[in-house]
Design a protein around this ligand. Structure first.
Ligand code: ME8
Length: 515
């Protein structure tokens, strides 16, 4: 085998940390599935991956939810963080750490970044008065608000009802970072992807930045400000710092040197401003290197409609997995939704992908190939003979898949990577239909051997490359091809099936969905 592409280089990837004020929903599951797939891809491609995820337990919304439920805020945070962690486990997520911002080392990290921003002269005390959105834990300038029909002051972009807030708070000198941020977007256009999102942020920052209120005194559920325990940090200050905590900041220098700066923050499109304006400004102030890339995925809609409790269309990811199985659900979201854009899902769309893409295109091809090898070659990998041009073209396409898929994954175009694999499967299905090995077997067993060998090779290569998307089903397929379980990294793409290898009895991996 050739040396692994990543050559053991570190790759640090994170998800947003969710507010555990309720149960996780399909939008959260989508983020975890996609980030896990990217993490698995990098691992299989030879990188030393660190994958961080977790929950964001602080903030006013958590405290209010706990009060409404009549339980302690810490109990709410623990109970629901457990649910988020269980969901990740159910999704097969390969995270290395599930951080909760109540963890002891996170307090240390938050104090350390605060201290550095303060030492840089970027933190000062002043009177704050303005509008606050508790749901998004976000401040609003008067100009970005309107009054709704009921007479409530609401956020113009989300329609959320706002609360008037007046208190002495610490401020972060965000205004001082306007030019440096614009320079960042200019010199590192890859910092924020997709491009459309970057343009939104550039115009937001060009519009002018005001200093940011970064502490609160009217409630106490948060990280106390160092030296001023009557203040707790604004939840986004400590939340964003989780990415540093997860890399060992500030005390574990060896881990931090290895994994920071983060290679990729995966987030949803609603929290771009926090990750692409506040976060780089905090880091610049603290003298810490900036992450290399923020990728914002879109939102999921149920049959095109926003999920909401009142509409009654909130889908519990557990139910979806119970009904369709984990790998089909993972495949569906990653293939159906162009990563970076909004997407819609419905039971019909899921069933149609399962039957067309998985059962027909992949499952049938694998099952036909393996059962013909069983029938005509006693279940032993046949010896291929000389190649016809059709064989060569197909083999070259399959062998060229790894660099193509890698190029797509490197820019987080997961859906295009999958599409590339499935287009080779489609070619292979056309090939098997035109070669008709079941007829050839009666007249020309040597040619039959070559055709089935080519098909088995395509199945093997696609199964290897699709592991990040469907870890469990592809493992079963690779078992059926007798691919050594210790040799399934992408370097194994070059390790051809060996003629004469006995294969286990095949059984279908991607059944059709019958209601
Ligand atoms: O924003 N479709 O937490 P959160 C797709 N604690 N993604 C969705 C979605 C949907 N319908 N709804 C939410 C927070 N998300 C903060 C993050 S990070 C330092 C702090 C995504 O629980 C959302 O975009 O509201 C975000 O990336 C993640 O789920 C957690 O959202």
């Amino acid at each position: 085998s050739s040396p692994p592409h990543g050559a053991g280089e570190p790759f640090y990837i994170t998800t947003a940390i969710a507010y555990p004020n309720g149960a996780p929903h399909i939008g959260h599951a989508y983020e975890y599935i996609s980030a896990d797939t990217l993490a698995r891809f990098k691992r299989l491609d030879g990188f030393d991956v660190r994958f961080l995820t977790g929950t964001d337990v602080h903030g006013q919304k958590m405290q209010q939810t706990a009060e409404a439920e009549g339980i302690a805020t810490a109990d709410l945070a623990n109970r629901n963080s457990d649910r988020f962690q269980k969901l990740q486990e159910r999704l097969g997520s390969s995270f290395d750490r599930f951080i909760r911002t109540s963890d002891a080392d996170h307090k240390v990290a938050s104090e350390a970044i605060w201290q550095r921003m303060s030492d840089a002269g970027d933190i000062y005390l002043d009177a704050y008065s303005g509008w606050y959105d508790v749901r998004d834990e976000s401040f609003y300038a008067e100009a970005d608000t309107t009054v709704d029909e009921a007479g409530n002051r609401v956020a113009s972009d989300t329609g959320h009802v706002l609360t008037w807030t007046e208190e002495q708070t610490y401020f972060f000198r965000l205004s001082a970072y306007q030019d440096k941020l614009l320079e960042l977007y200019e010199t590192h256009p890859e910092y924020l992807r997709p491009d459309v999102r970057r343009n939104e942020i550039v115009s937001f920052v060009k519009g002018g930045l005001t200093d940011l209120s970064i502490s609160r005194t009217t409630f106490d559920w948060g990280v106390p400000v160092p030296g001023h325990p009557d203040h707790v940090m604004y939840v986004w200050v400590d939340a964003l710092t989780n990415y540093l905590t997860g890399a060992g900041f500030p005390d574990d220098a060896a881990t931090f040197d290895r994994y920071w700066p983060a290679d990729l923050h995966i987030i949803g499109k609603d929290i771009i401003r926090f990750h692409c304006v506040y976060w780089p400004a905090f880091l610049m102030s603290a003298g810490i290197e900036l992450p290399k890339r923020v990728f914002a995925h879109g939102f999921l809609f149920n049959k095109g409609e926003k999920m909401s409790k009142s509409v009654g269309n909130v889908v519990d990811p557990d139910n979806l997995i119970d009904e369709f199985g984990l790998d089909p659900v993972r495949y569906f979201f990653l293939r159906e939704v162009s990563y970076g854009q909004d997407g819609s899902y419905s039971t019909d769309a899921i069933i149609s992908r399962i039957n067309a893409d998985l059962a027909n295109e992949f499952g049938n091809l694998a099952q036909r190939t393996l059962s013909m090898i069983g029938k005509y070659f006693d279940g032993v990998v046949p010896t291929p003979g000389g190649q016809t041009p059709e064989d060569t073209v197909l083999m070259e396409r399959a062998e060229g898949l790894l660099p193509r898929v890698r190029d797509h994954f490197d820019v987080q175009a997961i859906h295009l990577g999958i599409e590339a694999m499935w287009s080779v499967l489609a070619d292979t299905n056309r090939y098997i239909s035109s070669q008709e090995p079941w007829k050839l077997a009666k007249t020309d067993l040597d040619r039959t051997a070559t055709v089935l060998y080519v098909c088995a090779e395509v199945v093997r290569i696609v199964a290897l490359l699709a592991q990040p998307v469907m870890p469990e089903s592809t493992a079963r397929l690779l078992d059926q091809l007798a691919v050594d379980a210790d040799n399934r990294r992408f370097t194994a793409v070059d390790d051809r099936l060996v003629a004469g290898t006995p294969l286990p009895k095949p059984s279908p991996v991607f059944p059709r969905y019958e209601a």
